[in-house]
Design a protein around this ligand. Structure first.
Ligand SMILES: CC(=O)SCCNC(=O)CCNC(=O)[C@H](O)C(C)(C)COP(=O)(O)OP(=O)(O)OC[C@H]1O[C@@H](n2cnc3c(N)ncnc32)[C@H](O)[C@@H]1OP(=O)(O)O
Ligand SMILES: CC(=O)C(=O)O
Length: 547
């Protein structure tokens, strides 16, 4: 069966820039455009030339896309003036864009209230704008704004707007659910009616996510006949965002209902880049990646429940809807009080710890995890602390150094220029192979000061930890066992980009933080194969008697 072509139109750089808190520079735009091009999307809509200096500059040069069509956005010409005389259109036509996508009103209520013109004038603005674009040798298309609301209110007018574009040479008329309130069954019904008059290969879909149905609505529109999909990376976009390309692309390529019928510009090899693309965008925007994002989130293939893990290890298909590698993601097995022996074995194997499945220490370790979780520890987000717990149980963690004591002072005082300041100072006394070391650290808070002091001088181990940095620090007060305790989760990173998570629990926040900081340093020393001191630590769990 020959497959039909579906076209992907990415609007991260335009609708995505309409996300609260998102602000792209020209350089960001160039980088993302290249990323999208490499991924294999068909159109990269880069913004609105003439609307602001960033977009005008971005459109001044061709970004050198190899596959995607460089596309501008803009509104149709103002009523009452010709397309040749419209300054908004002039800026778009001066740009390096090869295709132009115009937002066109298709809801009579909007024509009346927002534009204050007649329906006939609106149709004429669409027709003239498209004609002028085609005359200049550019590919023209319209985003029929509020199409679904417009169709419900006045289907004849909504259809006339689409036809004004198509009849004057637009390659695409894109049906927009601008307010994002349309539901999948309505999309199916309306698109099925539209394709009776305009062929699906001239129609696109643009859905907003205000009822969390943008992806579902997009797929419903494809099933009903449209052949262009608009969306954004990570679902960025006005208000609640747009249809998420990062969810749509894997669905189109991996789900037989779509993969067997359609072809897209992204290959299965390119699909393996999608996790990287999604995280690169977050990195660029300084946003924490959504851990729970379908396909690409860190938790998308993370299994926690013992019953899941036990089956997953027999065959991943038991609990995975697609293989994580297909989207460049990874399988993760979590450890917690929801675990069984299978979780422990999988984690040990992932950490490179060789233990026989029948070794009684596996059950002992599981019991210890459950007991510690009851006391307030949480290992499903602190894999480095779990690995240390396991290796300590097996006697594999050297006593690199010993902390004799620490002290933290918090002082509020007037400084030399008479300003009231709160300063924190920490002193840590450690012993490294018999050598006593005392370090003092200052910080904007007690934990920061403690971290500074602890990592200031570890003697022969200092070079291994020089490039560590504390990335995140989360505190929760909870009831551990029967007492109120503080749980501190610390994320640490090093220069290579590796990140690891450790946990500490205590009724005292400084003590809990200190435990997590210590775990973080010891984990790093262990990963770096730092030389062990002469004396080896005894296992905390007894090895089985040899037979
Ligand atoms: C559905 C969408 O997401 S559309 C998103 C469009 N993107 C943006 O708005 C972001 C960039 N926009 C901008 O920088 C500015 O809005 C500009 C430069 C485009 C226009 O700025 P201004 O001229 O100051 O107008 P302002 O933003 O206040 O109002 C929009 C004007 O466009 C008119 N307009 C809106 N849609 C259309 C359309 N499809 N065709 C013609 N005119 C339109 C409105 O009636 C309004 O006109 P008015 O000022 O005569 O009332
Ligand atoms: C064009 C567009 O972004 C919309 O109608 O939502």
């Amino acid at each position: 069966m020959t497959k039909e072509r579906l076209y992907l139109f990415d609007t991260t750089l335009r609708d995505g820039a309409q996300t609260q808190g998102v602000d792209f520079s020209v350089e960001d735009k160039r980088l993302i455009a290249k990323l999208l091009d490499k991924l294999g999307v068909d159109y990269v809509e880069g913004g609105y030339p003439g609307a602001n200096p960033t977009d005008t500059n971005f459109f001044a040069e061709d970004p050198g896309l190899k596959h995607a069509v460089f596309t501008s956005f803009g509104m149709t010409k103002r009523a009452g003036r010709s397309a040749d005389n419209d300054p908004g259109l002039a800026a778009i036509f001066e740009s390096a864009a090869k295709a132009c996508c115009f937002v066109a009103k298709s809801w009579d209520f909007h024509v009346d209230v927002a534009l204050g013109i007649t329906k006939e004038e609106n149709i004429e603005t669409i027709a003239d704008t498209v004609r002028a674009t085609v005359e200049r040798g550019r590919e023209a298309m319209i985003d029929a704004e509020h199409f679904f609301d417009g169709y419900k209110a006045n289907p004849e007018f909504a259809m006339a707007c689409l036809k004004a574009a198509i009849d004057n040479g637009a390659r695409w008329a894109v049906l927009c659910d601008t307010n994002g309130g349309t539901l999948p069954h309505e999309i199916t019904r309306i698109v099925s009616e539209v394709v009776k008059e305009i062929p699906g290969e001239r129609l696109g879909i643009h859905c907003h996510n205000d009822t969390e149905n943008a992806v579902a609505n997009t797929l419903a529109a494809v099933n009903a006949g449209v052949r262009q999909i608009q969306g954004t990376l990570n679902g960025l976009g006005e208000r609640c965002g747009n249809a998420n390309m990062v969810s749509l692309i894997p669905t189109l390529l991996l789900k037989p209902e779509f993969a067997d019928r359609f072809e897209i510009g992204v290959s299965l090899d390119q699909l393996k880049e999608i996790t990287h693309v999604s995280r690169t965008l977050d990195e660029l925007l300084n946003r924490a990646p959504d851990r729970y994002a379908p396909y690409v989130g860190e938790s998308a293939f993370a299994s926690k429940a013992g019953i899941h893990v036990s089956a997953l290890l027999k065959d991943p298909a038991t609990y995975e809807h697609v293989p994580p590698e297909s989207v460049g993601n990874k399988r993760r097995v979590l450890i917690s009080d929801q675990s069984g022996r299978s979780n422990v074995l999988a984690q040990l194997e992932a950490a490179g710890i060789d233990v026989d499945a029948k070794d009684p220490r596996v059950q002992q370790l599981l019991d210890e995890v459950k007991e510690r979780e009851y006391l307030g520890y949480s290992y499903d987000g602190a894999e480095a602390s779990f690995e240390l717990l396991a290796r300590r149980a097996l006697g594999e963690v050297p006593d690199y150094f010993t902390v004799d004591s620490f002290r933290v002072l918090v002082e509020r005082r007037y400084n030399a220029v008479g300003k009231l300041v709160t300063v924190s100072e920490a002193t840590v006394k450690v012993r490294v192979e018999g050598q006593k070391l005392i370090s003092v650290g200052e910080g904007n808070g007690p934990i920061n000061a403690l971290d500074e002091a602890l990592r200031k001088d570890l003697g022969r181990y200092q070079s291994y930890i020089d490039e560590m940095r504390l990335v995140d620090f989360k505190v929760r007060i909870l009831t551990g066992g029967t007492e109120a305790v503080t749980r501190v989760l610390i994320e640490t990173a090093d220069k290579s980009g590796e990140r690891w998570f450790t946990v500490g629990v205590s009724p005292n926040i400084v003590d809990a933080s200190f435990q997590a900081l210590l775990d973080s340093i010891i984990y790093k020393l262990m990963r770096e194969n730092a030389p062990a001191p002469e004396t080896k630590r005894k296992p905390t769990l007894k090895a089985p008697a040899s037979s």
